[in-house]
Write a protein that binds this ligand. Structure first.
Ligand SMILES: [Zn+2]
Ligand SMILES: [Zn+2]
Length: 250
């Protein structure tokens, strides 16, 4: 098979390379790729920044937000059948460290990321541990199933606080922040305040996705939120930008 491979230590530096179709080891499944989305992480790898140079071995087939069909089972796999439609949870965990024991395998002390530290899904086929191949419920558009990884980031952050019946602020309206706006409304938030800097395209999208109040760089964010909540502030303040000013506002 040919697959997009990070082969050169430079900006871009991807080439179509010939790889053999991998065979699933014990506990793994072989997947035929249906859809793979491009993550911000893939942009870092494209730019070949310091983080990428440290983490991504040259020769890696990248791509970690993906879905596909099971086409072969490794030894001992009884959780899946050939033909199952799955989406990948990209955190590869050891299942033996304190973080894994406490149910936080996404921050496993010995963890790695599928499609970053090892071969991923900008390829016709890939293998993953069966535990990382999550069954997709019927009714999800197969072309959208791959995007559940960043959607999961939004839900994980959002559900760190109250949502149903709660007032929620979303700071940072990148794709994950926009997921959070939409998810908060779907999960019954009584009011969602969406905050960005000056990206009017995304601020308009937040409105379309149900935000009750959208604030930007010309607004006094804290004062506006206090005014909208009778001086109490929101019940759940979620930060998705990493910007110091947004962290301070949150
Ligand atoms: Zn990602
Ligand atoms: Zn672990």
């Amino acid at each position: 098979m040919t697959a997009w491979t990070k082969t050169r230590s430079e900006v871009g530096g991807f080439t179509q390379e010939e790889h053999s179709v991998p065979s699933p080891g014990p506990g793994e499944v072989l997947i035929r790729t249906k859809s793979t989305s491009v993550c911000g992480t893939d942009i870092h790898i494209w730019k070949w920044d310091a983080w990428s140079r440290e983490n991504v071995p040259l020769g890696t087939v990248t791509g970690h937000e993906t879905s596909g069909h099971v086409v072969a089972l490794g030894e001992g796999v009884d959780s899946h059948a050939v033909g199952d439609f799955i989406a990948v949870e990209c955190h590869l965990a050891c299942w033996a460290c304190p973080r894994c024991d406490e149910g936080n395998a996404h921050v496993c002390e010995n963890g790695s990321i599928f499609g970053v530290h090892s071969h991923g899904a900008f390829a016709p086929y890939f293998v993953v541990p069966a535990t990382n191949a999550r069954h997709v419920p019927a009714g999800v558009d197969p072309n959208h199933a791959c995007i559940q990884d960043p959607l999961g980031n939004a839900i994980h952050t959002l559900t760190g606080g109250p949502v149903d019946g709660a007032t929620v602020a979303v700071h940072g309206l990148g794709p994950i922040g926009l997921f959070a706006v939409n998810a908060a409304k779907a999960m019954g938030a009584s009011m969602v305040v969406a905050v960005d800097w000056d990206n009017t395209y995304r601020m308009d999208l937040a409105k379309d996705l149900g935000a009750d109040l959208v604030l930007g760089k010309d607004d006094d964010v804290v004062a506006c939120i206090l005014a909208a909540t009778e001086g109490r502030g929101v019940d759940n303040s979620c930060e998705f930008s990493g910007a110091a000013s947004a962290l301070s506002n949150a």
